[in-house]
Design a protein around this ligand. Structure first.
Ligand SMILES: Nc1ncnc2c1ncn2[C@@H]1O[C@H](COP(=O)(O)OP(=O)(O)O)[C@@H](O)[C@H]1O
Ligand SMILES: [Mg+2]
Length: 327
């Protein structure tokens, strides 16, 4: 049985919303039980505590935000938090990228084992490539695979909204990484990673970039840090060696175009036989995002026309006109 003062401390910390004290007392109780030979009960407690911690972590970041007087609405524009349900299987990826991502996930699934052997699991990734090739989606898929939350941080917003305070805000985000194991995606990374920036205050950008470099270097958390950029050539070379893995996302080739079309129309059938090779030629040059959206448009057309089969000519003409718009 837990000691009287442990129970009192639990109730007090609950009343004061002191999560840290609550969890440390609960762990003490588990430890006491284990010492008394009640190992099953101690393990059950430990599991309950872990689950409760996960459940609380999203609340916590919101609280932190309030503590630093960041208006909630503004924070929501800059940092999006959620628990993705997608996995890597939902993506169409180059083989080399797939291999690297699978290796990251494998190491992350066993991160405690690696740490116990003084080994660092890979967890700092730089994703580069054209828009609509799956960089943001990758961060979500990794979080989905690991069953943890993803924080999507809009750096361009951080830079423009909090000019002069961006470093302090950045520090806050890196602090959160220690408290909440999650995937942290620094999206639109070029807004600080670039040395050719049109921003007015170049000095501020340099300071933020430096602070990012120091933070990422010093970071010893168990979180996964991902930076994504459409403009790798404009990145400062000093950045590259801070990452464990650099992944380059290409536009889909013809096989991948066929795969993404099949994936996104698989719940339906076409009214006529599909020449996928022809489709892949028409769609050549489009990114994944554009192709996915065109598949959705084709499905919508079918529904609005009261039909029950997809029209290949709708899909073809949408792909063609998109490619013309793109030039
Ligand atoms: N490799 C991919 N596999 C499957 N779907 C993709 C892929 N890349 C992009 N998409 C689709 O396009 C949308 C936008 O992609 P996103 O990850 O935001 O691209 P990026 O961050 O590279 O600009 C995704 O939500 C998804 O529907
Ligand atoms: Mg993106």
């Amino acid at each position: 049985m837990a000691a009287a003062d442990q129970i009192k401390s639990l109730i007090k910390s609950f009343g004061q919303s002191d999560d840290a004290r609550f969890f440390s007392t609960a762990l003490q109780i588990a430890a006491t039980e284990a010492q008394q030979g009640h190992t099953t009960f101690a393990q059950e407690l430990k599991k309950l505590i872990d689950e409760a911690k996960n459940g609380r972590s999203l609340n916590q970041i919101e609280k932190k935000a309030i503590q630093i007087n960041l208006p909630k609405r503004e924070l929501q524009e800059l940092i999006e938090v959620f628990q993705p349900k997608i996995s890597l299987k939902d993506m169409v990826l180059d083989n080399s990228i797939k291999l690297k991502l699978n290796s990251v996930i494998k190491e992350q699934e066993k991160w405690q084992l690696l740490k116990a052997h003084n080994l660092e699991p890979k967890r700092k990734l730089l994703l580069t490539g054209a828009p609509g090739t799956g960089k943001t989606m990758t961060a979500q898929a990794i979080a989905g695979e690991l069953g943890i939350a993803v924080y999507i941080i809009r750096l361009d917003g951080l830079m423009s909204k909090f000019l002069g305070e961006s470093i302090a805000k950045l520090r806050l985000i890196f602090d959160a990484m220690n408290d909440h194991r999650a995937v942290y995606l620094f999206d639109e990374f070029d807004s600080i990673g670039s040395h050719r920036n049109q921003h007015q205050d170049i000095g501020e950008i340099k300071r933020v970039l430096n602070s990012f470099l120091i933070n990422i270097e010093k970071d010893k958390s168990n979180s996964i840090i991902i930076a994504a950029t459409n403009l790798p050539e404009s990145l400062d070379k000093a950045l590259f060696r801070r990452f464990d893995e650099i992944l380059e996302y290409p536009l889909p080739d013809k096989e991948h175009i066929i795969e993404i079309i099949k994936k996104n129309t698989k719940a339906f059938s076409f009214s006529t036989k599909v020449n996928y090779k022809e489709l892949s030629e028409i769609a050549n040059g489009l990114n994944y995002s554009e192709i996915v959206r065109i598949c959705e448009e084709t499905i919508k057309e079918m529904i609005l026309n009261g039909a029950d089969k997809l029209e290949i000519k709708t899909l073809k003409s949408l792909l063609k006109s998109r490619n013309i718009v793109n030039g």
